[in-house]
Write a protein that binds this ligand. Structure first.
Ligand code: OAD
Length: 243
């Protein structure tokens, strides 16, 4: 099928030839669903910089404020649907069962589309976790006026996302690294490639001899590692790659 995007045919050949495929996604894949990306996003929420609210210190000092911010984010995400880019990755997993999807996104749109083997490097916004005992409460998606407490401990619950300065969920990065080392192909979609350790999967793939395809409208610090750079929105490019 002819396409306007340079490199599509070569990228398809790499996909056909690959046994194990790892896909790394960032906020860009959800952009066409209407979710703003981090670094393109402009504007404040109620006068606050969202990046300043997504920290353990902010939650410690102003728990109600941070809780309201996450109510706002869950509310905004509750009406959002996966787009053709998410759907294409579901087809890719069916074609290539030896497949891992590593995402930095907390929106759960990959799972909503039907992706199965997903590693969430930065947690997700729908689950909650106890600030004391770390117990996780799944799909706690409702909005709350007051901060819910852990049933056992009476401690505050918090969104089960990774905040700035925090460790990644135990085992998530290790599994993502192992799968990347074993992969024949890493497809990097919609990430600015500046947040580590996630962005380090690009170097790991490169060093272990995997081919790399990058899908992004813009150049990123990972572009130099890529064998093929597909420049454009992932909601258009991924369906061309995986019809
Ligand atoms: P960024 O906002 O840093 O980057 C989004 C990327 O998506 C940019 O490179 C855009 O060029 C690209 N993009 C924009 N529109 C696109 C489209 N339609 N199709 C494909 N790509 C598109 O988001 P991330 O790289 O995900 O961490 O940011 C990484 C982490 O930084 C986030 O997970 C978050 C943030 O701090 C935590 O919350 C821990």
């Amino acid at each position: 099928m002819p396409s306007n995007f340079q490199g599509i045919e070569e990228a398809r050949s790499l996909i056909n030839a690959a046994g194990k495929i790892v896909v790394l996604t960032g906020a860009g894949i959800s952009k066409e669903s209407g979710v703003p990306t981090f670094r393109d996003a402009d504007g404040l929420w109620e006068g606050y910089d969202p990046m300043q609210l997504a920290t353990p210190e902010a939650f410690h000092r102003h728990p109600e404020l941070v809780w309201r911010f996450y109510n706002h984010r869950r509310n905004a995400l509750s009406t959002v649907k996966p787009n053709p880019g998410h759907d294409a990755l579901v087809r890719l997993e069916k074609l290539k069962p030896n497949f891992t999807l590593v995402t930095q996104n907390v929106d759960r749109l990959h799972q909503g589309a039907g992706s199965q083997n997903v590693i969430e490097l930065h947690g997700n916004i729908w689950d909650m976790r106890c600030t004391q005992c770390e117990k996780t409460f799944e799909k706690f998606g409702q909005l709350y006026d007051t901060i819910p407490q852990c049933e056992d401990e009476g401690a505050m619950l918090r969104p089960s996302v990774v905040w700035f300065g925090e460790m990644l969920p135990p085992g998530a990065m290790e599994k993502a690294q192992e799968d990347t080392i074993q992969s024949d192909l890493l497809i990097i979609v919609g990430t600015s490639g500046v947040v580590y350790p996630a962005a380090g999967l690009g170097q790991i793939a490169h060093q272990s001899g995997s081919k790399i395809i990058e899908i992004n409208p813009d150049d990123t610090p990972l572009s130099d590692l890529a064998d093929i750079e597909l420049r454009g929105p992932s909601g258009e490019i991924l369906p061309l790659l995986i019809p």
